[in-house]
Design a protein around this ligand. Structure first.
Ligand code: PGA
Length: 262
């Protein structure tokens, strides 16, 4: 496997949780206080691995209050391309900043699939997030059908093209996440080699544009049990974690697993 990664050690590690449309005030309060407790119990981990959670919009105030004095950052799962105006149901980047958000997921496969988000729209959302001072986490990934047809890298290339076109300066302020659709919520994780192949291709593209340091996360059924092996891959810089981010201890063990191999 080739890798354009010449500076693995220099890229900081990042583990982000994606709560998706889960939670309620009472369950969130429990999860957040458990996160606080595990963060306090492992005071040095956050220095080695940045950790954040991306939560449903209505809970941003709750999460901001609960995590304000913790090393865990937070963000949203989507952002509007618009700054403000008559866009019913939309939430702008500046609104997210009001709640102390650091991250905005964009182009998650569930948004692409169920809300018809195009590659171009995803790039525009990434740009809107940047303009608001957020770090967009741009998600890409192929379906099982794409993979079986041998189209994985072509699909990733197509999805990323408008994002890469934003240029090195913008890319340098983003995070990318490779999440094979067939591995999301299915319990089927890409093998470390399958993931590395795609991460390496993304790294080559980033390097070619002068942005080799962009963090590229892997997502899709990441758990404490498989995180360490995934994190041994040279171009995997962390994880975007769905289901397992709803259990504080498991989520924290994923972050700890990756740092154990550094
Ligand atoms: P999963 O979800 O970890 O539950 O597979 C990952 C994601 O969709 O971001």
């Amino acid at each position: 496997m080739t890798s354009a990664n010449s500076a693995t050690a220099a890229r900081p590690r990042l583990v982000l949780g994606n709560w998706k449309m889960h939670g309620n005030l009472a369950d969130n309060a429990r999860l957040l206080s458990q996160l606080h407790a595990v963060a306090a119990a492992d005071g040095t981990l956050s220095a080695r691995c940045a950790i954040g959670v991306c939560v449903p919009f209505p809970y941003l105030a709750q999460v901001a209050a609960a995590l304000a004095d913790s090393p865990v950052s937070w963000g949203a799962q989507d952002v509007s391309v618009h700054e403000q105006g008559a866009y019913t149901g939309e939430v702008s980047g500046t609104m997210l900043r009001d709640f102390g958000c650091r991250w905005a997921l964009v182009g998650h496969s569930e948004r692409r699939m169920y809300h018809g988000e195009s590659d171009q729209l995803v790039a525009e959302k990434a740009q809107a997030a940047l303009k608001a001072g957020l770090t967009p986490v741009v998600c890409v990934g192929e379906t099982l059908q794409d993979r079986e047809a041998g189209n994985t890298l072509a699909v990733i290339e197509r999805q990323l093209a408008p994002v890469l076109a934003l240029g090195a300066e913008s890319l340098g302020k983003m995070v990318l996440a490779y999440e094979p659709v067939w591995a999301i919520g299915t319990g089927l994780t890409a093998t470390p080699e399958q993931a590395q192949e795609v991460h390496s291709a993304i790294r080559v593209a980033l390097s070619g544009l002068g942005a080799p340091q962009v963090q590229v996360l892997y997502g899709g059924s990441v758990k404490a049990a498989n995180a360490a092996t995934l994190f041994t891959m040279p171009d995997i810089d962390g994880a975007l974690v769905g289901g397992a981010s709803l259990v504080a201890e498991e989520f924290w063990r994923i972050a700890a697993a990756e740092t154990a191999t550094v």
